[in-house]
Write a protein that binds this ligand. Structure first.
Ligand code: FE2
Length: 353
């Protein structure tokens, strides 16, 4: 029997943080956002099909089931200051390797050793609250978000079959949303079936120390309420870039899709570290003594489907077989069921036939 509640509870509840970065660190990070774009849509970075996206974030009850990724577009863009422990942006080097950040994550786990893993940012235009809640990509020895698709990581996490290979981690999230029009953070610290809690906006250089890989959470609807519909003409190829001194614009090839004021945007910086309780745990990871492989992960998932008596056609290529991905998503289905009264789950309008 799957103990779902235990699997999707953080190691400790999230803790609110203020003044996360120094003024100089914020200046550098925002300078990268302004000068090194354009930035791609989150959906375009991670997903090849709607089935892959639904493995991460299943629609709430009553929601319209999307038929393609294009039905799920919203102006949420992402870039990377660094990944896999490596700074990608020169100006962010010292911030990614900040002792303050790694020590915060170590403190969550009582861990002795730690190393920066991922440092990314989201820039979000005005948007409805369509995210029903999700958890962030997890790392196992041998497999992590840098060498496997996001949908497979989500299925592996929900299945619980791979917990013995898991790498401890935690996040420092810093929000920048000066408005008090919605825009908060909902989280489910007691598991997806329990009541959520939320942190309300405004935020500026404030956020949380959190175990987002074991806790359902979501950014709530944000931006001016009359601008939250997906901009006409936006596609998976649309990108965000700086517009003038302070604004932003969405462009698609040579088409201008939308323009935003800085006050319309919600920005977050997301830092994640891997940590190790002791030298034995550290060596197990770095010496690759007990790594998972993609082949072994699929063998274990397929064996589990058979044990459960789930009917499915053996996939030719399990990595891209949409029916197989949908079967796994359904088998390990899990999703929040309660939402804060102040931040309901918005339902997408019906899709025209
Ligand atoms: Fe997240």
């Amino acid at each position: 029997m799957i103990d779902r509640a235990r699997r999707m509870k953080p190691v400790v509840p999230p803790r609110m943080l203020h003044d996360i970065f120094t003024p100089e660190e914020n200046r550098r990070l925002f300078h990268i956002l302004r000068t090194n774009g354009p930035w791609r849509l989150i959906a375009a970075i991670y997903f090849k099909s709607v089935e892959e996206l639904l493995a991460i974030s299943s629609p709430g009850a009553g929601g319209t089931r999307p038929r393609s990724l294009s039905d799920m577009l919203n102006p949420s863009f992402r870039g990377f200051f660094g990944n896999h422990g490596l700074p990608y942006e020169e100006e962010a080097h010292e911030i990614f390797y900040s002792r303050k950040l790694v020590d915060l994550v170590k403190s969550m786990h009582g861990a002795r050793y730690g190393t920066p893993y991922l440092f990314q940012f989201n820039i979000q235009g005005p948007c409805h609250g369509y995210d029903p809640g999700h958890f962030d990509g997890r790392s196992w020895r041998g497999l992590d978000p840098t060498n496997m698709p996001a949908w497979l990581g989500a299925v592996m996490a929900k299945s619980g079959l791979f917990d013995a290979w898991e790498v401890k981690a935690g996040q420092v999230i810093s929000y920048y949303y000066p408005s008090d029009v919605d825009g908060g953070f909902t989280y489910w610290p007691d598991g997806p079936e329990a009541a959520p809690q939320r942190m309300a906006a405004p935020f500026w250089n404030s956020g949380l120390l959190t175990d987002n890989q074991h806790m359902y959470h979501r950014g709530e609807a944000c931006g001016p309420r009359d601008r939250r519909d997906t901009p006409d003409g936006m596609t998976l190829d649309s990108v965000l870039e700086a517009d003038g001194e302070q604004g932003w614009r969405v462009v698609d090839g040579d088409r201008l899709i939308a323009r935003y004021q800085p006050s319309d945007m919600r920005i977050l910086f997301h830092y994640s570290a891997h940590v190790f309780t002791d030298m034995d745990e550290l060596k197990l990871f770095y010496d690759h003594k007990d790594d998972l492989t993609i082949e072994r992960a699929f063998d274990m998932l397929i064996a589990d489907l058979k044990r459960r008596g789930v009917g499915f056609a053996m996939p030719g290529d399990p990595m891209t077989d949409r029916a197989f991905i949908a079967t796994l998503t359904e088998t390990y289905a899990m999703s929040p069921s309660h939402y804060p009264a102040e931040a309901p789950l918005d339902v997408r309008p019906a899709i025209a036939a």
